[in-house]
Design a protein around this ligand. Structure first.
Ligand SMILES: Nc1ncnc2c1ncn2[C@@H]1O[C@H](COP(=O)(O)OP(=O)(O)O)[C@@H](O)[C@H]1O
Ligand SMILES: [Mg+2]
Length: 318
């Protein structure tokens, strides 16, 4: 399988009151062409900052200190603002968590979609309209000619999210980053949006899907990265991860899934630490049933296993 995007040892931190706090630590993963790669982690674990690094949409006080993000033979981290502008949206599109933030309440959908398409494609208004309608059909918007006349407030959350996906698709990106695209939506609508992402993938697009819910993405993802406190603790093909989870945090997440209730719902003890609380050694050691003294001082890096999973834990170190 062809690798489309490769992140190597990305480190990012925040400056807060003249101090520097690491938030993304040695992040590495590959996005294979035509797959959905899910990044799973609790709120605050660094999922959004990881993907925002790819398209350089970071807060002012964020600083990338090392690493590389390889796409089409270039390290995206070295690109100038005007060069990254040519990639953002056009080649790598972002679907944000809250559809309201990316739709302008003052304009109808037609205006917004047409403007986005014309800006990128430099085509006529009529061509842009046809593209917009086609893409709305592609994401199963019923009566697209009618819906496209609507203002955002007239549409449900699910339809708004479809409009955003359709707008992203209209620019024909190679990679779609969906940052918790269903968190703001009802459960039934969630599944529909994930189905649409799967259909998009089946047409050859590559998707990075962020979620805090391992259960929700388990039937859609091809690969999964589990993040904890700014670090990927396990990377694996989805089937391998569920059949043979290795990192104690991954195991705890799987055991906590609702369908494992009969196995006695196991809550993970403790809470994750905020960015300004620096933990020595493995970030998970205080919550880990398998922690030993070495885990309090040593950082374990991702280490490839025989079944192609990568695990950062003393139990699987190489
Ligand atoms: N501008 C900022 N300044 C300081 N800390 C930040 C800033 N933005 C995010 N953070 C912190 O960085 C960590 C990772 O954030 P984020 O990537 O948004 O997490 P996630 O998407 O997994 O919920 C969090 O602990 C968050 O509080
Ligand atoms: Mg986030």
């Amino acid at each position: 399988m062809e690798t489309l995007l490769k992140i190597n040892n990305l480190n990012l931190g925040f400056e807060i009151d003249d101090k520097f706090y690491p938030a993304i630590k040695d992040l590495s993963f590959e996005l294979k062409k035509g797959t959905i790669h899910a990044i799973i982690g609790e709120s605050g674990s660094g999922k959004t900052m990881s993907v925002m690094s790819i398209i350089k949409l970071l807060p002012k006080n964020a600083k990338i200190t090392s690493g590389e993000i390889l796409f089409e033979g270039k390290n995206l981290l070295n690109l100038k603002e005007n060069e990254i502008n040519k990639i953002r949206g056009k080649k790598i599109a972002l679907i944000p968590q809250d559809p309201m933030t990316s739709l302008n309440p003052l304009y109808n959908i037609e205006n917004q979609m047409i403007e986005a398409v014309i800006e990128h494609k430099k085509c006529s208004k009529k061509e842009a309209y046809d593209i917009a309608i086609n893409k709305l059909k592609e994401v199963n918007v019923y009566e697209p000619e009618k819906k496209i006349k609507a203002y955002p407030f007239e549409l449900s959350g699910g339809i708004k999210q479809r409009v955003i996906i359709a707008t992203a698709l209209a620019l024909e990106p190679d990679i779609i980053i969906a940052d918790e695209p269903t968190t703001a939506l009802d459960v039934t609508v969630q599944a529909q949006i994930l189905e649409i992402l799967k259909e998009i993938k089946n047409k050859g697009k590559s998707i990075i899907l962020i979620s805090h819910d391992l259960g929700v993405v388990s039937s859609y993802a091809d690969f999964i990265s589990i993040m904890y406190s700014g670090r990927i603790v396990e990377n694996a093909p989805c089937r391998v991860l569920f059949k043979n989870p290795k990192h104690p945090y991954t195991k705890a997440l799987i055991e906590a899934l609702p369908y494992n209730k009969e196995k006695k719902l196991k809550n993970i003890k403790g809470t994750p630490s905020p960015v300004n609380e620096i933990i020595e050694g493995c970030e998970f050691h205080k919550r880990c049933d398998y922690a030993e003294d070495i885990c309090k001082s040593k950082i374990f890096h991702l280490c490839q296993q025989e079944d192609l999973s990568n695990v950062a834990c003393r139990l699987y170190d190489c």
